[in-house]
Design a protein around this ligand. Structure first.
Ligand code: UD1
Length: 447
């Protein structure tokens, strides 16, 4: 059975107190919209429609950044969730299969739950995702009779008896796409909010002999984000779930609560992550690596057995081969650090390629930027770069070559050569003592 996703993302999110459309606020480095798209993508949908309204340009850009094939349906006025779904009509013309309605501000729906909803379609024409709410507050109530969902009543329109029902509507729904589109086309807005409620399709479907049922999930899955407090809470939930998943998969953490991950962080088993490490997006770490305390990694790859930190920064394009080491106060950007190579202390390696078993002395800098252009540095296998070497790119240091400490290297260094690029030292015998004596004498005279 083909599946289409309809993701509602037109709302303004006034309570976010922000210029950014609500669904673009991020959890773990990705917009909430991306989380909803990723949740839906687990079903391998044949079509995805995002209903955009407020900040439609930005929402469209984010959706297309995720997948350029996503169709955008514009909802210029936000007249209710039913009206929002109706905007997907043109996008779904000719589509046969089921449609699932998801929400751009509901990031935690699990694959298993969506699959259970699709499976339940064998029993009913419409499947609604419900949950038992600890605090039912203002959620729509699911009014059931046995396995049959008879109607959904919005809080504003509910009687006291209906308000006492604790089985609530998550908003997520699944139905045959053509049936869904027909049902939302005929909704009325004759209700307390004056909106076209998606929820009204259940009672309307019953009138034409169609059935509905409920699949229940844990309340945590349906958590929606309305303001920055719930956004921060959602971030916390994501982080704790990600930590638990990684630990269960064999990653070792001593203080997991102090380690932060991006939505796409991948870490292999037997890797050790010390306290206070931040993974921004685009990081993969293979098995058996060690990420020491207070390191920050983004857009990089760390191979098996490599060591990072403490206090290291890996920026986009950093690629550490097996058993490489990047140590304290070193930064690596757009550079490969070959197998067994070491950048152990206080160095900046950017736009560079290091071979195998290279040793980079403390304080070495690849001077890659001339103020306008970026330039490349390459360093051959087994080269030994002396401490405090400035490598003025573009430049190369050959295999088995050596640079003297404190050198400013402006010319390529051949294989096996020693390069010295610094002024020669001169010693002036006894001059230090004479100078200091003169100064102290001056001070003693009070001048
Ligand atoms: C909706 C449900 C309610 C359910 C609750 C769960 C309806 C009528 N009510 O209420 O039963 O318990 O979700 O959170 O569906 N949106 C649009 N265009 C619109 C209106 C809404 O895109 O015209 C989007 C919003 O951006 C938002 C989502 O749909 O992400 C939900 O809309 P909202 O108005 O917040 O619905 P609730 O009042 O929460």
């Amino acid at each position: 059975m083909a599946v289409a996703l309809i993701i509602l993302a037109a709302g303004k999110g006034t309570r976010m107190q922000s210029d950014l459309p609500k669904v673009l606020h991020e959890i773990a480095g990705a917009p909430m919209l991306t989380h909803a798209l990723r949740a839906g993508a687990t079903l391998e949908p044949d079509k995805t429609v995002v209903v955009a309204g407020h900040g439609a340009d930005l929402v469209t850009a984010a959706a297309h950044d995720y997948d350029p094939d996503i169709t955008i349906a514009l909802q210029t006025e936000q007249l209710g969730t039913g009206h929002a779904v109706a905007q997907a009509r043109d996008a779904l013309k000719g589509f046969t299969g089921d449609a699932i309605v998801l929400y751009g501000d509901t990031p935690f729906i699990r694959e298993e739950t969506l699959t259970a909803m699709l499976d339940a379609r064998s029993k009913a024409d419409i499947v609604v995702l419900g949950f038992v709410a600890a605090d039912p507050a203002r959620y729509g109530r699911l009014i059931t009779n046995g396995d049959t969902l008879e109607k959904i009543v919005e809080f504003k329109d509910a009687t006291d008896q209906e308000k006492s029902v604790i089985l609530c509507n998550s908003g997520v729904m699944c139905a045959d796409a053509a049936t869904l589109i027909d049902l939302v086309a005929n909704l009325s807005n004759d209700n307390a909010a004056g909106e076209y409620y998606l929820t009204d399709i259940i009672a309307e479907a019953a009138k034409i002999g169609k059935t509905a049922t409920v699949v229940a999930c844990d309340e945590a899955e349906t958590l929606g984000v309305d303001n920055r407090v719930s956004l921060a809470r959602a971030e916390g939930i994501f982080q704790s779930q990600k930590r638990d998943t990684l630990i269960a998969d064999g990653v070792q953490m001593f203080a997991p609560d102090t380690v932060f991950f991006a939505y796409d962080t991948e870490i292999g088993r037997d890797t050790v992550i010390e306290p206070h490490v931040v993974f921004a997006k685009g990081v993969t770490v293979e098995s058996g690596a060690t990420i020491k305390a207070f390191s920050h990694l983004e857009g990089c790859h760390v191979a098996r057995g490599a060591t990072v930190g403490p206090y290291a920064r890996l920026r986009p394009g950093a690629e550490l081969a097996e058993n490489a080491k990047v140590g304290n106060f070193s930064e690596v950007k757009n550079a490969t650090i070959g197998e067994g190579s070491k950048v152990n202390h206080l160095s900046y390696i950017g736009d560079a390629a290091l071979g195998k078993n290279v040793n980079i002395g403390a304080g070495t800098i690849t001077c890659n930027y001339d103020g306008v252009f970026k330039h490349h540095t390459s360093i051959g296998d087994n080269a030994f770069v002396g401490s405090n070497t400035m490598l003025i790119a573009p430049v190369s240091v050959g295999a088995d070559a050596l640079t003297a400490s404190g050198s400013v290297i402006t010319e390529n260094v051949p294989d096996q050569a020693l390069a010295i690029g610094r002024s020669r030292q001169t010693n002036k015998p006894k001059l230090a003592k004479r100078l200091m004596d003169a100064l102290r004498a001056k001070k003693a005279k009070g001048k």
